[in-house]
Design a binder for this molecule. Structure first.
Ligand SMILES: C[S@@+](CC[C@H](N)C(=O)[O-])C[C@H]1O[C@@H](n2cnc3c(N)ncnc32)[C@H](O)[C@@H]1O
Length: 314
């Protein structure tokens, strides 16, 4: 047996694993995709929009809103990507990849709803939701179990103009015991393999092994199962990951549907999304179900990997 086949960890195993998983990409293509740094879009605070616009006008910066998402701008061409933008230090701007907005499009927050962001830190999706609702008439709660990340979440909320959004620091598995509320929408942007991050981190790539996928998928399923009792009838749990593996995406959704055949159904993504992509077949979802989830594998249009599914309580 060659040395290559005895490896269980590291870059070579990673690339072999993912090129089998996504045969449409050669190893060099996959490597290039994972290495590409997409230009972030800029989520801006609704609260400070007018002040930011004035500041950008004074600095002669192009104000180019995204057509498909409110309070989001394209990076201004006058400033090199990665440099500090006017308004960033104040906390009025939150740079993120476009893909992070896709789960929020499925959340589709509505005034008057109860909304839980169950794994919210460092907070980009919570901010995007908050911009779209009236916080006096809508309950939005942001939860994250990690203390350092929770602190970043609180800071982001405060400087973006939403210091009063309630925040919890529960393991999501225990919210059901601690919450007096039920919810119309629950976003679970789950801890996941995050291959793009791993691939660009020498430290993480060196210790990567397929076993990590198994552990994460067990955690993801337990998180969903413990959140479902908090969902109101007719409500939707939006499950998202930035993982490429079907075990963490289609496989999880299939297990939930199998476990709750009468209670949970897939909800179609909304029309008019800026990007399309359907689930991988052969991982538990039927062909028609695969068409009801959103999977982005590559970044041809500046989108990082993302998987999103809406699980509706019928
Ligand atoms: C993909 S990140 C969330 C990113 C976030 N939604 C955003 O848009 O900024 C996953 C988060 O899950 C949190 N997490 C991990 N295990 C958790 C658990 N058992 N309960 C709640 N949060 C958890 C991590 O601390 C991490 O912040």
């Amino acid at each position: 047996m060659s040395h290559k086949h005895t490896l269980t960890k590291g870059r070579a195993v990673f690339l072999e694993y993912y090129s089998k998983l996504l045969p449409q990409f050669s190893v060099p293509e996959l490597t290039a995709h994972l290495n590409t740094r997409n230009t972030p879009i800029l989520l801006i605070s609704k609260v400070f929009e007018a002040k930011l616009m004035k500041l950008w006008q004074e600095n002669s910066l192009t104000w180019a809103p995204l057509r498909w998402f409110p309070f989001a701008l394209q990076w201004p061409p006058e400033i090199p990507v990665g440099e500090t933008l006017p308004g960033f230090t104040e906390g009025w701007i939150y740079p993120m990849n476009k893909s992070s907005l896709l789960p929020v499009l499925l959340v589709n927050p509505r005034i008057g709803e109860n909304i839980l962001d169950a794994a919210a830190a460092p907070g980009g999706k919570t901010l995007a939701i908050a911009n779209q609702i009236d916080l006096n008439k809508t309950l939005l709660i942001a939860n994250d179990s990690s203390f350092p990340r929770f602190k970043r979440l609180r800071t982001a909320l405060k400087f973006f103009g939403y210091p009063d959004i309630p925040t919890w620091r529960f393991p999501a598995q225990t919210i059901v015991r601690n919450s007096e509320y039920t919810f119309d929408k629950i976003l679970l942007d789950a801890p996941c393999s995050s291959e793009k991050h791993v691939f660009n981190s020498k430290k993480h790539l060196k210790i990567w092994s397929p076993n990590r996928i198994k552990k994460l998928s067990e955690l993801q399923l337990s998180l969903i199962e413990s959140l479902l009792p908090l969902l109101r009838s007719g409500g939707t749990l939006i499950y998202s990951t930035c993982a490429l593996t079907p075990e963490e995406n289609e496989g999880i959704v299939a297990k939930v549907l199998e476990k709750h055949p009468l209670e949970i159904a897939l909800k179609n993504p909304p029309d008019g999304l800026p990007v399309s992509g359907s689930g991988l077949s052969g991982f538990g979802l039927t062909d028609s179900q695969s068409g009801q989830v959103l999977r982005i594998n590559n970044n041809d249009f500046g989108f990082d990997p993302m998987f999103v599914a809406g699980l509706r309580k019928v």
